[in-house]
Design a protein around this ligand. Structure first.
Ligand SMILES: NC(=O)c1ccc[n+]([C@@H]2O[C@H](COP(=O)([O-])OP(=O)(O)OC[C@H]3O[C@@H](n4cnc5c(N)ncnc54)[C@H](O)[C@@H]3O)[C@@H](O)[C@H]2O)c1
Length: 395
């Protein structure tokens, strides 16, 4: 196990009705004017924005709303949000929504005290000296942005999707009421589950030896996501299934399963270009990329893939031929993705093989590599995209 620092100061308020106390939470943190950032009108129609606003009013805190965040959030609305916060003297940002809303809120938080273009942070041209505090009321179990230091924004100029990470934008608190996720359509529930699984998998496939504890933790989270997703899809109102998924969202990405080990993240980089170009849900893009990535890198560590197959997917261990077990695990993972309604090939997200040169250009890796389990150069990336074009094989 490698040396590590673990720092995750986001305070979690978990359970039914917790959003009704949000005003009090912000008052205790010293917030005096709040930007309520949200996505579609459904957050208003459902009464959630009203409940949040009422709670702020009871706490004596004025607020300004800014809706309209779309999935794969865009830089234009971030700029609008920065201008609005400055004009209204906002000193606290409350994100009410999923990963897209939270990421947009984080980018606004970075931009408000900064004189230049907020994209400078994403381009590595500047480092934030400060940021406004961000709190969240989560409505999607998926991205883990509710306690991560990361924001992922799509710049409209060129449709480039890039992550940026800083402890300054880790939410100060997140409110997780599983009941708020019961209205998610099945496809979003499944996309969220796939994203959570991906967050574990990016950490699980590592070259660091001696990480049995975090291996086992990751496997447990994957097993729970697997069973609870099926339950939530069967009965969307199943509170416990939604609760387990919501906590899994946080656990899968707050790095508790990733400390002390090298992490990969090549699949996320490959996927970001898909959701930027085709506007598919991030989880759906990952469902297309992950099995292709696994098939491409399997030979690098057959035993780790066999362990994944055995412990997570219940495949039988073929001790004489561990590669058989390893491949069965990838097939079982792909079968699960299909069972929950996820795409596993380019065509199913309307991606085109002819666009691969464009995807590679947008990746902008030049002569560098991505990933760490296996370092991938541009030609490896091309091969993985091509593998992902294949229609899924019968199980
Ligand atoms: N910051 C991070 O650490 C991190 C990590 C992984 C992914 N991401 C990013 O997060 C984004 C995806 O976020 P997400 O998966 O949470 O989804 P999302 O926020 O994009 O929301 C998906 C859809 O669900 C709708 N929705 C939200 N809550 C709903 C509810 N309760 N009922 C019905 N519909 C609802 C939204 O309006 C939207 O149309 C991507 O841009 C991805 O790249 C960020």
């Amino acid at each position: 196990m490698d040396n590590f620092t673990f720092y995750n100061p986001t305070r979690i308020f978990f359970g039914r009705g917790e959003e009704n106390h949000v005003g009090d939470r912000i008052r205790r943190l010293g917030g005096t004017k709040v930007l309520i950032h949200y996505g579609s009108a459904s957050a208003v129609k459902s009464g959630l924005i009203y409940r949040v606003t009422s709670s702020l009013e009871r706490a004596g805190i004025p607020s300004v709303p800014l809706g309209g965040v779309r999935p794969n959030p865009r830089s234009g609305l971030v700029t609008d949000g920065i201008d609005l916060c400055r004009k209204e003297n906002v000193d606290f940002i409350l994100a009410v929504g999923g990963g897209s809303v939270i990421d947009s809120a984080k980018a606004i938080a970075l931009g408000v005290p900064y004189d230049g273009d907020f994209w400078d942070f994403f381009d590595g041209k500047a480092f934030p000296a400060s940021a406004l505090p961000v709190g969240t009321v989560l409505t999607v179990a998926a991205a883990g942005s509710e306690s991560s230091p990361v924001t992922v924004i799509t710049r409209e100029d060129g449709m480039v999707k890039r992550p940026y990470s800083s402890d300054r934008i880790r939410p100060v608190f997140s409110i997780l009421n599983p009941e708020l996720t019961t209205t998610l359509p099945p496809y979003q529930t499944a996309s969220g589950a796939t994203d959570m699984m991906a967050h574990i998998i990016e950490r699980y496939f590592t070259n660091t030896p001696g990480v049995e504890l975090t291996d086992r933790m990751g496997e447990s989270v994957l097993l729970a996501i697997r069973s609870e997703t099926l339950r939530a899809l069967k009965n969307p109102d199943d509170y416990d299934a939604r609760a387990n998924l919501m906590w899994a969202s946080t656990i899968a990405h707050n790095d508790i399963c990733g400390v002390g080990r090298e992490q990969d993240w090549a699949s996320h980089a490959l996927e970001h270009e898909l959701s930027a170009l085709y506007d598919c849900p991030h989880g759906a893009g990952l469902a297309v990329i992950l099995p292709a990535w696994m098939e491409y890198v399997i030979e690098h560590d057959i035993n780790r893939f066999a362990q994944f197959a055995l412990r997570v997917w219940g495949c039988e261990m073929d001790f004489a031929h561990p590669d058989v077990t390893a491949r069965a695990g990838i097939r079982a993972f792909r079968a699960f993705l299909r069972l929950i309604g996820m795409p596993t090939s380019f065509a199913e997200i309307r991606a085109r093989e002819d666009d691969i040169p464009l995807l590679l250009e947008k990746l902008r890796i030049g002569n560098n590599t991505i990933g760490s389990f296996v370092k991938l150069d541009i030609s490896d990336c091309e091969k993985i995209y091509r593998l992902a074009c294949r229609p899924p094989l019968a199980p």
